[in-house]
Each structure stands twice: as C-alpha cells, then as structure tokens.
Design a binder for this molecule. Structure first.
Ligand code: NAD
Length: 259
C-alpha cells in the first residue's frame, strides 16, 4: 500500500512540455515540475533571460504555437533526442481588453489563433509524436473560469482590463476540446483534462486596488488566487493519481463560479 501511495504522485524522471513557459503561471508550472524531478521543455514566443529557470533539467525554445509548420519542425527535431513526452501542458494564452464595440478583427483573430488554434496544433503534434513510439501520455489544458461564467463587470470599476467575449469563448472552446480529445484519445491511453483558474494575483503587475477589493467581495474565499494554488491540480492531472480521470475541468476559483 505504501509503495502504491508513493507512486501515485511520483513524477520523477518524466518529461513535460509546457507552453507559455516564461509567463506567470508557466514559470510556476516549470518550477514545480522541476522540483518533482521531471525534465522540462519550455516553449514560449520569446524567451526572456529574466524569466528562465537555471537548471540543467529544463530546456527552452522559442516557438510560436500559432505556426503549424514551426511546431511540426519543433516536434520533428525533438524526436531525435526524446522518445516520449509524458505530459503536455497547454498554458500559453492571450487576451484583449478594448471595449467590445471597438474590437478590431485582428484582436479577435489573435486571441482565437493563440488560445484555440495554438492549443489544437500543440495537441495534434503531441499526439502524432507520442504515436510514433506508441507511448501513452497526459494533456493538461489551461482554460479559465471565464470559459464557464461571464465576468461580472461591476468589479472592474478602476480597471481598464475588462475581460473580453473572445477570451471567454476560446476558453469555453478549450474546455470542450478537452472533452473531445479525452474521448478521441482514450484508445491511445492519452488522458486530456483542463484546469480553469480564477483571477490570479500578479505581484509583478498588480491589479488595481478597487478591482482587488471588488473581486474579494465577490469571491466566496474573499481574495484572488496565488499562482501556486494552481499547481496542485496540475501535478495531480499529470500524475498516475489521475490515471482514470479524463475529460474533466477543475475550476480553481475560490468558489467564484458557484454563485
Ligand atoms: N492570470 C490569470 O488571472 C488567469 C486566469 C485564468 C486563466 N489564465 C490562463 O492561464 C494561462 C497563463 O496565463 P498567465 O497569467 O501566466 O499569462 P502570461 O501572459 O504571464 O503568460 C502567457 C505566456 O504565453 C506566451 N505566449 C503568448 N502567445 C504565444 C504564442 N503564440 N506562442 C507561444 N507562447 C505564447 C506569452 O509569451 C507568455 O509568456 C493563460 O492561458 C491564461 O489565459 C490566467
């Protein structure tokens, strides 16, 4: 029993690929995977040296997940040195904040391209990669509670970063795409789940005072999330503890979506 329990969450020696690896959440995911003994491949649009983790167990690559050909090349190159990627975390995501009445087509397309098409291209290439050596795997997609509920605009009094319809629509799409691939990839032994974070406090670029107060009033747990609070679910979904869990969306929002 003890052996069984210790193996449940054991990620040591496994390989993970994390997109958006140098962003706020991506950095924390890479850090926790490394601390769990994993080898990590981090990809991002631009790798800024101030956002990389110094470790021999992580390698960074600049890849634009919107670019299907670039992603295909990237996975082809990986296949010369790696035979399996145990976990893919589709974390890269963007949003736009102008009022919807003024939203230009490019803004809409950008969010669709990164969040939905980019996530799809990563899943497509990952599955083709794993199938070469008939390896099983795990995909964890990062959606958002705004893929499940609409923002309450009353909380944005001093904040110009009002969440957009296209962001929520792409995140809802990611939740649905996770279910689609959970069913489609079950025979490949690839499980597909997602997490939906609530608002995460960003100490490097703090949200406005008014917003923080309003958000805390609206949230049953009376505060925004800490980035580390997303990690437990990601580790769980990446591990054997979730071996029979697929197609699920874990909402981590301090209860915000419950009312
Ligand atoms: N921060 C929050 O409050 C919050 C809440 C809910 C969901 N999320 C989701 O969590 C994920 C991470 O968000 P974050 O807060 O860390 O944001 P972030 O902006 O700090 O990180 C996102 C990363 O994705 C990268 N990226 C953007 N476009 C890319 C592309 N075309 N190819 C490769 N990489 C690209 C960016 O360079 C950046 O490093 C996103 O999917 C976001 O939608 C965040």
């Amino acid at each position: 029993m003890n052996n069984y329990l210790s193996s449940l969450f054991n990620l040591s020696g496994k390989v993970a690929l994390v997109t958006g690896a140098t962003g706020q959440l991506g950095y924390a995911i890479c850090e926790s995977f490394l601390a769990s003994g994993m080898n990590v491949i981090g990809i991002d649009l631009r790798i800024s040296q101030s956002r990389v983790i110094q470790s021999e167990n992580i390698q960074y690559f600049e890849v634009d997940i919107r670019n299907a050909d670039a992603l295909k090349d990237f996975f082809n190159k990986l296949s010369s040195s790696i035979i399996s990627i145990d976990v893919l975390v589709n974390n890269a995501g963007v949003s736009v904040f102008e009022p919807f009445e003024e939203r230009p087509e490019e803004s809409f397309d950008w969010v669709m391209d990164v969040n939905l098409k980019g996530t799809f291209f990563c899943i497509q290439n990952y599955v083709n990669f794993q199938r070469i050596n008939r390896k099983h795997g795990s995909i964890v997609n990062v959606a958002s509670f705004y893929g499940v509920i609409s923002p309450d605009f009353r909380i944005y009094t001093d904040c110009s970063r009002k969440n957009s319809e296209v962001y929520g629509a792409t995140k809802a799409g990611i939740i649905q795409m996770s279910k689609y691939f959970a069913v489609h990839l079950a025979n490949d032994n690839i499980k597909v789940n997602c997490i939906s974070p609530g608002g995460i406090f960003n100490p490097e670029n703090p949200q406005g005072e008014d917003f923080l107060q309003n958000y805390s009033f609206r949230c049953p747990m009376k505060r925004m999330a800490k980035v580390q609070e997303m990690i437990g679910a990601i580790l769980y979904l990446s591990s054997d503890a979730a071996s029979y869990t697929t197609g699920q969306n874990i909402i981590i929002d301090g209860g915000m979506s419950c009312w």
